[in-house]
Write a protein of this length. Structure first.
Length: 415
């Protein structure tokens, strides 16, 4: 058998053991994993340095290298994420409903693990730990397939985590990493019906599209983030500027960063020049509509293709609009149902924006960078779902559960 099938089979066998573990046993395992990550950070950083060197040599952009890079602070943060998962309630084994039928049958609806979760993701090694922690906490086995850019980092991290599990009740085989970097390994995972219960992609639009279009295993879609911020007429200038800067510059390589800024024409006349200067000083390349370029000549012409692009980089589109209707129409056309924001002091326009925008997270006077499981209080996240079935938005522990019915009888038969 192939590596992919072999490891999925090991994970499926381990999943039956996971069902029997207590919350305390799972928490102990997660704490061991967190401690071992910190203890082994030197070897993890060495593996990560090799990935960075290879990426830089092959011309990988600095924004993608930032997604790939680890340091002591980031490892400490990743380990802390595991410890925070420990503090969260275990969503499995809960009686969600209980009722008795007229024939005496007692029926309970209980929360259970999904089973074996496949995660396909790109160049962020922190996802390796986040996904492992969330899946194991919820009693799921997990098969990880990271991107080739982080191959050595992921391999070392998973080995450290599996070593940590060796003297706990949680089977090490519940955590698997596919190390085959070829496209064929992804294609095989997508068709492992009977071994994988669900596949969750995390990455750029092309990766997600490939998974959604080709998987026969059920998929939870985590979408690309073409996120917008609309600066309404009368928005507080300093607040608007701070929100835009945070959403674009704080970490442009992630899916909840700002890609297109929509500006009411009256706000633009008074304040766009100053905001543009601040963005340019932060090395953001601006691409603007004709009216934007009249106020900000440094901006390059923007196209519909630009509006439809998730840059994950220091590039920002700007479009001046007559009002809220045009902003909503633009978001409806180009948005990816991820995260959208309005900055306004007008409660009626804020309410309409929040109601009319179809996205997983919609903000009033706050940066889209908050669309994150940690910021929402879920601990680490498995991804941000932009679909509407099963889960939507940042997916924490409850999103990794399903349900089953337990039926208690006393000899009933159906007539």
């Amino acid at each position: 058998m192939s590596e992919v099938r072999d490891k999925a089979l090991l994970a499926k066998q381990a999943a039956s053991v996971m069902n029997r573990l207590t919350n305390g046993q799972k928490n102990e395992a997660l704490l061991r994993m967190a401690d071992r990550l910190v203890a082994e950070q030197a070897s993890i950083l060495a593996a990560n340095a090799a990935d960075i060197e290879r990426g830089r040599g092959s011309g990988t952009s600095e924004s993608l290298l930032d997604r790939l890079a680890l340091n002591e602070a980031r490892i400490a943060g990743i380990a802390e994420g595991l410890r925070q998962i420990v503090e969260l309630p275990d969503p499995t084994g809960k009686i969600l409903e209980r009722f008795e039928r007229p024939n005496g049958l007692v029926i309970e609806k209980v929360s259970v693990p999904l089973g074996v979760v496949g995660i396909i993701y790109e160049a962020r090694p922190n996802v390796t730990v986040d996904a492992a922690g969330l899946c194991l906490k919820t009693g799921n086995a997990v098969v990880l397939r990271g991107g080739s850019a982080a191959l050595e980092s992921n391999a070392r991290i998973v080995q450290v985590l599996r070593d940590a599990l060796s003297d706990t009740a949680l089977p090490a085989d519940a955590l698997q990493l596919v190390e085959d970097p070829s496209r064929a390994s992804v294609d095989e995972m997508l068709r492992l019906n009977g071994l994988l219960d669900v596949v969750i992609p995390r990455g750029g639009a092309s990766l997600i599209r490939n998974v959604v279009e080709n998987a026969t295993v059920p998929v939870i879609e985590t979408g690309a983030g073409i996120c917008h911020t609309y600066l309404d007429e009368g928005a507080q200038p300093q607040m608007a500027s701070d929100i835009v800067m945070n959403a674009k510059v704080q970490r442009p390589s992630v899916c909840n960063s700002l890609e297109t800024l929509l500006v009411h024409e009256s706000f633009a006349q008074e304040h766009l020049r100053g905001l543009a200067d601040r963005l340019l000083a932060a090395n953001v390349e601006l691409r603007g509509c004709e009216r934007t370029r009249g106020l900000v000549p440094e901006a390059k012409p923007v196209t519909d293709d630009d509006f439809a692009t998730e840059y994950n980089d220091y590039i920002l589109n700007i479009r001046i609009v007559p009002g809220l209707d045009e902003a909503l129409a633009h978001i409806s056309r180009f948005g990816t149902q991820h995260s959208e924001c309005i900055v306004t002091e007008n409660p009626d326009r804020a309410s309409r924006f929040l109601q009319d925008v179809d996205a997983a997270a919609v903000y009033h006077n706050a940066s889209t960078r908050f669309t994150d499981g940690f910021e929402f209080g879920y601990g680490a996240e498995i991804g941000i779902s932009t679909q509407k079935l099963h889960a939507r938005g940042p997916m924490g522990l409850p999103a990794l559960t399903s349900t089953k019915f337990l039926v208690y009888g006393s000899g009933q038969i159906r007539g």
